[in-house]
Design a protein around this ligand. Sequence first.
Ligand code: BGC
Length: 566
Amino acid sequence: MAQLLAEPTGTAFLHDDASWWRQAVVYQIYPRSFADANGDGTGDLAGICARVDYLAGLGIDAVWLSPFYPSALADGGYDVADYRDVDPRIGTLDDFDALVAALHARGIRVIVDIVPNHTSNLHAWFQEALAAGRGSAARERYIFRDGTGPDGSLPPTDWVSMFGGPAWERVPDGQWYLHNFAVEQPDLNWANPEVRADFVTTLRFWADRGVDGFRIDVAHMLTKDLSEPLPSTAQLALIPKDGNHPLVDRDDVQEVYAEWREVFNSYDPPRTAVAEAWVNPARVPLYASPTSLGQAFNFDLLLADFDAGQFRDIITASLDLAARSGSSSTWVLSNHDVVRHATRYALSSPRTGGQHPDATPASAASAWLRSRGADPALDRERGERRARAATLLMLGLPGSAYLYQGEELGLHEVAEIPDEQRQDPTFFRTGGAEIGRDGCRVPLPWTPGGTSFGFGPGGAHLPQPAWFTDHAVALEDRDPDSTLSLYRRALALRHALRADERLTWIETGREDVLRFARPGGWEVVTNFGTQDYPLEPTADVVVSSSEFTGTLAGESTVWIAPEGPS
Ligand code: BGC
C-alpha cells in the first residue's frame, strides 16, 4: 500500500512500495475536459497542474490520464499520432514532467494510457504505408489486404467496426486496411517485430519520465490470426472465445505482455499495468496475472442494475477471480465510455420493474440518450442518491477503485448536446442511431457561474448545461452534505480498511440489504430497497451516503467503525 511520508521540509514523497496499486483509489482524468489553463476551450496539462491541490484534497492514490498525445481527435485522443509526445493543444513534454513532479510531491502516482491496437491514420507509420504501396515493409506494420469481387472493389470480409460501419477502408491504390474502431484508427500488425519493439520503447519512454503505471487500451485485441481464407462475421460468431479466436483474446497476446512485464519489472518499484480486456470472466486472470499485466478492469458493477442480488453475486465472483490470479479486484462505476452512474440509476431499473424487462442498464441508457434525455424523465435526485450509495459501497470493498472525473460532484450525463456539436465517432458511424459518449466528457464545472463554469477563460469544447451550476466544485467544497464532501470523507477513512483484503458477508434478513465486514471490525451496509433498515443502536456510523437518523434509509450506505475507543 502506498505510504505517504512527511519530509522535514513539509512536502510529501512516495514510499517505494511495490504493491501500492492493490488497494489504490485511481482517479481518471480525461485531459481535454478537466481544466483549461490557456483558454482555447480544451483542457490541458497546465490546467491539471493548477488543480493538484484539489486532487490531493480528494484523497486519491493515483491519477490515470486518458490520452494526451498528438491526435486529430477522431476518437477523443484514442487515435494516437505520436506515442512519445504531447498534443500541442494539451501542452508539452515539459508540462508533463511538471505535472508528474507536482503529483508525486503530493503523494499521487501517475498512470498513462497506452493504445496499442491501432494508431491514428496520421501516425508517421501509416502515412509511410500509404506512400510506400502494396507489398512494402511499411504496409506490413498494419493489416492491408486486397479486396474481393472481380475488381477487388469489395472489402476482404464483411466485418463491422466497433463504432459501426465496415471494418475495412480502401486506399487510393485499391488495397484495404483493417480498422476495428474508427476509419482513422488503422489496426497494427502485432505479428511484426518492429511494432513490438516500438511499444517497448514507448513504455520505457514514459516509465523513464517517472510514470508509475499504464492502462492498456483494448488489451485483448492486439494479436490476430489473419490466415486465409478469412472467416465471415457469421463464421466468426461460431468460433469460441477460448484463446484461439482469430480476432479477440488470443492466447498469443500473452507473449506480448510477458515481454512488457520484463520491462515493468526492470524498474524499482516495478511499473504497474491494468488491462482493459472485455473477455470471458474465466479468462480475466490471464491478464491480471503477475507475469502478465498484473491487473484487469472488472466492468461487472458498471453493467449491473442498482440491485442487491446482482451486486452481491458480482462482488463474490470478482474477489474469487482476482484471488485466482494473485491480483486484487478492480471496481468501476463510471468512465469516459459509459453513461454516468448517477444517470443510469436515475432511469427506471430495467430488470427490476422498469418498462423493458429484458433491457440491460446500458441499453436503457442508450434508449434514453436517443430520446435526447426526454424519455423517461430523469429522476435526478434518486439517481444521485443511489450513485452515492453505490459508490460508498464500492469504496468499502477490498481492491482498487477507479473513479471518473466529475462523479465526485454527482454529475449526470449531459444528454442535451446538439447533434452538430457532437464529437464521438459512434454518433457519426451509426448515422446518429447511437448518440455516443460525449455526454460524460463535457468539461467540468469548477465555479457556479463565469466563463465555462470555471473550466477555463475561453469557453468549453462541448456545451455545458445550465444545471452544471448546482454541481460546481466551489459550491460542493463548502457544503458538508455534498457528494464531494462524501467522497473526501470516505477516501480519508478508507485507509483504515486497507489492512488486508478480506471481506465477510453478514446476513441481514433482507434480500435488498447487503452488509459485509472488513478487517478490524469495520462494516459496510447498503440498503438497495426503499424501506428503512434499522441498525443496532450501538452502531458507530462514521460516514453515510444520505442523512443518517439512527436507521438506514432506503437507497443508502453507511460505514460502521469498529467498537471501542477511537
Ligand atoms: C477506449 C475508448 C476508445 C477505444 C478505441 C476503448 O476501450 O476506452 O474510449 O474509443 O478503446 O481506442
